[in-house]
Write a new protein. Structure first.
Length: 293
């Protein structure tokens, strides 16, 4: 009986495992291999260069610029969508039918692809008739009008804001799920003891949202490392590499400059960074499980 069960388990897992190996594991191993070569992406003849690509990474100022932009993006991803999603979740929690309508509206952007989000925000940032500059003119702040995506000082933050606007819906849903696990007895007891709303929120509700917060922050960090499509649509890493992230930098080196070996080395570095962060995430989840079990 046990042997039959193991046989059926193996049969059911064989197809998804094969697909995973073909789509994920095999390209990953190929990237590791090509990171040690000078392949240009289409020439069948290439040379094995060892660690030369990785040494080049250590000397490339554009790589460190992409690292800096990715770190800025990561820090912004921790605070902007998380705080915005938490505020929306607290405002709409337990609001009945009207609250459900607003929840759907705030969640709608996460259902759209980042390519669509990028196109929407390109229109909003248009220097002549975009919504952002139109609103600034309406408020009498014409001096703040500018080409947001063409200015090296504002391009990165403009893309981050567009990305964060979409991600708030995901954070909102996770925090709403976390709020359902907060016992009403605790908040009622805090009110009886004389705590106002903000004191109850700070000392009762937010500490109990610890597991939800860990999930939101972990997803924000992981998604920030994958930030490519919206950057490609809105700025393609420009102007002057001011909005380059690691993923965008890897794409430009691989498919625009045809340095596929160098681009593969950048991909390996990005993979290792992601692996470290994901390991930290699982460690925090294990700690949370031990605390709340």
């Amino acid at each position: 009986m046990v042997r039959t069960r193991r046989l059926w388990t193996g049969l059911f897992l064989s197809l998804p495992l094969t697909i995973y190996i073909v789509i994920v594991v095999a390209p990953l191993l190929v990237s590791f291999y090509y990171s040690l070569t000078d392949w240009n992406g289409f020439n069948p003849e290439y040379s094995f260069v060892g660690a030369e690509n990785f040494l080049k990474i250590g000397r490339d100022p554009q790589f460190f610029g992409a690292i800096r932009n990715t770190v800025v993006w990561m820090v912004a991803a921790i605070f902007l969508p998380s705080l915005g999603g938490l505020a929306i979740a607290l405002a709409l929690n337990g609001r009945g039918f009207a609250g459900n309508i607003y929840k759907s509206l705030f969640f709608l952007p996460i259902c759209l692809s980042l390519v669509v989000i990028g196109q929407v925000w390109i229109w909003m940032y248009h220097p002549d008739w975009g919504l952002v500059n139109t609103v600034l003119s309406g408020l009498g702040l014409d001096g703040l009008r500018q080409a947001w995506l063409a200015n090296p000082q504002t391009a990165l933050w403009s893309v981050i804001i567009a990305w964060s606007w979409q991600q708030m819906g995901l954070a909102m849903v996770i925090f709403l799920a976390g709020l359902t696990s907060v016992p009403k007895e605790l908040t009622e007891a805090a009110e009886i003891d004389g705590a106002n709303y903000w004191q109850s929120l700070r000392r009762v509700v937010i500490p109990l949202l610890g597991p939800a917060t860990v999930v939101v922050i972990a997803l924000a960090i992981i998604n920030s490392l994958k930030s490519f499509d919206i950057v490609y649509v809105m700025t393609q890493g420009g102007p002057f590499h001011s909005s380059d992230t690691l993923a965008m930098f890897m794409y430009n080196e691989s498919f625009k400059k045809y340095y596929m070996g160098y681009g593969s080395a950048i991909a390996v570095v990005l993979f290792l960074i992601s692996l470290v962060l994901i390991s930290f995430y699982f460690r925090q989840v294990r700690i949370m499980n031990e605390v709340y079990d």
